[in-house]
Structures are given as structure tokens and as C-alpha cells.
Design a protein around this ligand. Structure first.
Ligand code: PA5
Length: 467
């Protein structure tokens, strides 16, 4: 194994690694005090087998591998259809409510939050930075829904309703409420024009409703699970509706698809998957996804679902957590520095921020900050990152660092595919089926039983006898 490569693998364009224009960077040198390069490399044969299972479809859950070649299979016509639908919604609506949960929510939310102005929702209507996309159906909060409906009462709005199964309770409740409201506000015909449904091609209640009501629809492919669906219309339509460049997003994912085909630690997904599994086998059971940019908060949420739902099975799996630094250094910093040594960090680092803000000098200097005068805020942030990394490594927390040049669609597309591919490899390294989620059904069964859903009579009697 090339030591330099293990220390820091880069796919920057000038290096033309594998002649592929992907730009993110993975640096694992700060795990080497906990595991050796040889321990990481020892996983290579298993990683080769995992990669082959993903490429040849010979592993567990192989009916859910549609995401593997998805970026390169997306056609221009498909993107044009999504863009035209987003435009039609925007032409008619000031707000678009994306209704969905889990994999039908987090990818779009993560990308939009990463790209959007932080105060987008507060901007005036005519400000191009304003974000039109709101979210619903990602919780069962009565107050959330009530306040959203109240906000929308005098607004021109449309709905993108997203559910692969078409039967998930949270989005179904939100959609029922919003559909009724929209129909009351603008009439059934206009409402039908302002509603787009993204669901299974044939089955499920949402498909049936969409057909009956004549909604524009997009299909979630059968072989793409919810948490791997951000590059289908599930993610692409809300992202396009929010005004972002889905072609660049897909282009980034394509570059990463091409860059993660080969075996070996030059494949960033391979490197990340083998490193985190070497750490897991060395007793590091918890991975904390760290960002130093508040715009990445929801990227951490998306990542947690991807890894948590894919790996937490058969009483195995790295527990995925996430924090926003430096904010959470003031709440979780103590635990991370000095608590039980079962954690490692993956830091998501953004090289260039979008704006330039310089700290001013102050004559009185009562806060003692003049030593920072003239420096950019991001320079302070970068030093916070570096100082924290050194402190955490010194404190026994191995750190993987994933760097992207900037928060732009192309790099986010790379990052999404990078984590998806690594997740597939990693799940097979753990010897679980990374593409099912049987555990998610248990709470639903109990909830339906408690709510006395027809068909759950026996379960209702059983659960009521326990409370
Ligand atoms: O990844 C998954 O499969 C889940 O998180 C689903 O996306 C989530 O439960 C929503 O399901 P659906 O799209 O069927 O409403």
C-alpha cells in the first residue's frame, strides 16, 4: 500500500487520479495512532468482495442496487422534465411544500440547506435568494402542521408529495391536510395542477390517488431504496424547485461513480469504508459526523439515516452521530475530548466559503479581539477546526477528514455518491444486508395497534394488555 495514499487520497483535477474529474479529498492519516495502515489494508480482500457484490449484484439486498449506476443512467430528457415541472410550480406558486419523511425528505433537505442562504425564508418575495421550498410530513407535530397551514392560509402554494410506499403515516397525514387546504383555497382543478406526486410506478395509495386526481407524477425506481434516492426525482425535484442546478449535482455524482469503480485505496469510498471498519473492529463503535459549517447540519442528518438504517442490523453496526462545530464544542466538546474512548470522528470540511467577512479593529479593544482584526471569520473557523482536530487526536479520538472545495452542487453530488458507495461497501464488510430496514417496522406495528388501525385487531388486544 502506498503510504502517502493512505495518509491522504486526493482526487483533485490537477492530479487527474484515474483521469476522473472528481474533487473531494479523504485524509485518514489521523486514525493511524489507533489502527495501522496494515490493519486498514487487511480489509482489502473483504472490500474487493463487497465491491464486486455491488457491481455484479451478488450480495444481500441485490434487488436494491439501482442507485449504483443511477448517475450515469439519468438522461437529459429526464432532467429536462424535472426542470420543467419545477418551473411550472414556481411560475404558479410562491411556496412549494415538499411532503415526505426519511429517505423521501432528508436528501433534498440536506442539499437545499447546504446551498441556500441561511436567511432565505426571511428574505422578501422578490429577492432571488429566497427559498420557496418548505417541508412537511417529516414529523407528526400537530403544532408544526397547524402553524404551517396557518402560514400558508394566504399564500400561493403547491405540493410535491413524496412516498415510495405511498402509505407512510407522517406524509399521508400532512398531505391529506395540505391537499384539503389547497383545494379549498384554489379549487380542485388548480390544486391538481399544483400537486406533483413522486411514488412507486404501480403500487401504493399515492399512485392510485395521483392517477384518479390527474397529478403530474414521477417514479421512484423499484430498485432504489429511500435513503439512496436523493438523485432520483425524490431529491432532484425539490432541489430544482428551490432553484439549484440539478445537472451539476448529477455531474458530480457521475464523476464519483466513475472514480469509485476500481479496487484499492485510491477509490475514496473504499478507503473510507475500510478505515471506518478497521476502527470499528478496534473498538470504536460510534462515528461522529462533524461539520464546521452550519449549512451542513442536514447533510449530517442525511448521512445518519444512510448509515444508521443501512448498518444497524443483527446487533451490529457503527452508531452514526453528528455534531455542528464549533457550536457543539460548547455542549458536546467535553464528552468528545474526555468521555469513553469508543468514538471516532469524520470531519466534513469545506475549503472555501462563499462570502468574505473580515473582523474589524476596535479602538477600545475591550474584548481583546484586536489580535484577530483583519482576519477573515473563516480563518478563525479553520483554526478552530485544526486546533480541535489536534486536541481530539491527542485525546484518543481518531479523525477521518473529508474535504470538499466549496458548497456547490457538483461537489455535493460527489459527496452524496461517495457516501452511498462507501455505505454499500461498509454494509457488506459488516456482513449485513445494507439495503433493508426491518427494524423500522416495529414501531409502526405498535403505533397502528394502539391507533386501532383496521387489520391490527389482534395486535391491538396484545399491546393493550401490556399497558
Ligand atoms: O430509507 C427508507 O427506506 C425510509 O427512510 C423511507 O424513505 C421512509 O420511511 C419513507 O418511506 P416512503 O417513501 O415509502 O414514504
Amino acid at each position: 500500500m502506498c503510504v502517502n495514499r493512505v495518509f491522504c487520497v486526493s482526487l483533485q483535477p490537477e492530479k487527474q487520479y484515474l483521469n476522473i474529474m472528481a474533487t473531494i479529498n479523504v485524509d485518514v492519516k489521523n486514525v493511524l495512532g489507533t489502527v495501522t495502515a496494515e490493519q486498514i489494508q487487511a480489509l482489502d480482500p473483504e472490500a474487493a468482495s463487497a465491491l464486486e457484490k455491488l457491481h455484479k449484484g451478488t450480495g444481500l439486498g441485490n434487488d436494491f442496487l439501482g442507485w449504483v449506476n443511477l448517475p450515469s443512467e439519468i438522461t437529459d430528457a429526464h432532467l429536462a422534465d424535472i426542470e420543467a415541472t419545477a418551473k411550472a410550480l414556481n411560475d404558479e406558486c410562491d411556496y412549494i411544500v415538499a411532503v415526505g419523511i426519511g429517505g423521501s425528505y432528508l436528501g433534498a433537505k440536506a442539499v437545499i440547506e447546504a446551498l441556500a442562504d441561511q436567511f432565505a425564508q426571511l428574505r422578501p418575495m422578490d429577492d432571488p435568494r429566497r427559498c420557496r421550498v418548505l417541508f412537511a410530513g417529516q414529523n407528526i407535530g400537530e403544532d408544526y402542521l397547524n402553524e404551517l397551514q396557518d402560514f400558508l392560509a394566504d399564500k400561493k402554494f403547491g405540493i410535491i408529495v413524496i412516498s415510495k410506499s405511498g402509505t407512510t403515516t407522517e406524509p399521508a397525514i400532512a398531505f391529506r391536510l395540505l391537499k384539503e387546504q389547497l383545494e379549498k383555497q384554489v379549487g380542485k382543478e388548480t390544486a391538481a395542477r399544483r400537486i406533483v406526486a413522486i411514488t412507486d410506478e404501480k403500487k401504493g395509495a399515492l399512485r392510485q390517488l395521483a392517477t384518479e386526481e390527474g397529478y403530474k407524477t414521477f417514479i421512484i425506481p423499484d430498485n432504489v431504496g429511500g435513503r439512496f434516492s436523493v438523485l432520483t426525482p425524490v431529491g432532484l425535484l425539490p432541489i430544482a424547485a428551490a432553484g439549484y442546478d440539478i445537472r451539476a449535482l448529477v455531474e458530480g455524482a457521475r464523476a464519483m461513480q466513475a472514480a469509485t469503480v476500481a479496487e484499492g485505496d485510491g477509490n475514496l469510498s473504499w478507503l473510507y469504508a475500510t478505515t471506518r471498519n478497521a476502527l470499528y473492529r478496534a473498538g470504536k463503535k460510534i462515528e461522529i459526523m462533524v461539520n464546521y459549517n452550519p449549512k451542513l447540519h442536514f447533510f449530517g442528518e442525511w448521512w445518519k439515516q444512510l448509515y444508521g438504517e443501512s448498518e444497524g442490523k443483527d446487533h451490529k453496526g457503527i452508531f452514526p452521530a453528528s455534531v455542528d462545530f464549533s457550536t457543539d464544542l460548547h455542549s458536546m466538546g467535553q464528552w468528545i475530548q474526555d468521555g469513553e474512548r469508543t468514538i471516532f470522528e469524520t470531519v466534513l470540511s469545506v475549503e472555501e466559503v462563499a462570502h468574505n467577512t473580515v473582523i474589524p479593529s476596535d479602538d477600545a479593544n475591550l474584548d481583546g479581539l484586536n489580535y484577530l482584526a483583519g482576519k477573515r471569520v473563516d480563518e478563525v473557523n479553520k483554526m478552530a477546526e485544526l486546533g480541535t482536530r489536534i486536541a481530539h487526536v491527542d485525546g484518543g479520538v481518531p479523525v477521518i477528514r473529508v474535504t470538499i472545495p466549496a458548497l456547490k452542487e457538483k461537489y455535493l453530488g460527489e459527496l452524496i455518491y461517495f457516501f452511498e458507495k462507501a455505505c454499500g461497501i461498509s454494509g457488506y464488510l459488516l456482513e449485513v444486508n445494507p439495503f433493508n430496514q426491518p427494524g423500522v417496522e416495529d414501531y409502526k406495528r405498535n403505533m397502528f395497534a394502539l391507533l386501532e388501525k383496521p387489520g391490527y385487531e389482534e395486535a391491538t388486544a396484545a399491546i393493550k394488555s401490556r399497558i
